[in-house]
Design a protein around this ligand. Structure first.
Ligand code: APR
Length: 171
């Protein structure tokens, strides 16, 4: 069974095969983790993103990592939280599935995720943690790769939410 880690930190500093970006449908950058990744990767990332023709919510596309220590960036577009009855959970789970499928197709053994949709897009932390951990655990139960999934949490409340839900789920 693959490993899951939950750490505090800055995803742009992660020396892993792929980091996942919480992007928007244009894939042309933004604020939050999207802005941090583009700043750290440099202009080559935006140049490649311009060739991708955007990405719909729940799907993912992959680019090189450029100046980042990570080899690849997997750009996924999370759902905007609209109260929970607009298919948000399914779209969020799909972000993780789509990202992990791309990671497998590119032989990524170690993948780092931020808390997709938990910033500007307003997804409540505990709900997002439940959906995200359930989706990733299901994927890891069906595939041998990636061998390590690391959530990199930029702030303490998000970190605590993921740890509390992870602990409640048991082995
Ligand atoms: N490393 C790890 N996590 C980070 C970093 C970082 N350097 N910077 C921000 N985060 C965290 C936020 O604290 C939040 O927990 O990433 C999580 C996702 O928040 P956002 O970046 O706001 O992403 P999201 O809620 O999915 O909204 C996406 O915001 O930046 C725009 O272009 C983006 O339009 C898109 C929208």
């Amino acid at each position: 069974m693959s490993e899951i880690e939950i750490v505090r930190g800055d995803i742009t500093e992660q020396r892993v095969d792929a980091i996942v970006n919480a992007a928007n449908e244009t894939l042309l950058g933004g604020g939050g983790v999207d802005g941090a990744i583009h700043r750290a990767a440099g202009p080559g990332l935006l140049r490649e993103c311009r060739t991708l023709d955007g990405c719909v919510s729940g799907q993912a596309k992959i680019t090189r990592g450029y100046r980042l220590p990570a080899k690849y960036v997997i750009h996924t577009v999370g759902p905007v939280w609209r109260g929970g009855d607009a298919g948000e959970a399914g779209l969020l789970a799909s972000c993780y599935r789509s990202s992990l499928q791309l990671a497998r197709e590119h032989d990524c053994a170690v993948v780092a995720f931020p808390a997709i949709s938990c910033g500007v897009y307003g997804y409540p932390l505990r709900e997002a943690a439940h959906v995200s951990l359930a989706a990733v655990r299901k994927e890891l139960g069906q595939h041998r790769e990636p061998s390590l999934i690391r959530w990199v949490m930029f702030d303490e409340p998000t970190y605590r939410a993921w740890v509390n839900v992870y602990d409640s789920l048991g082995p």
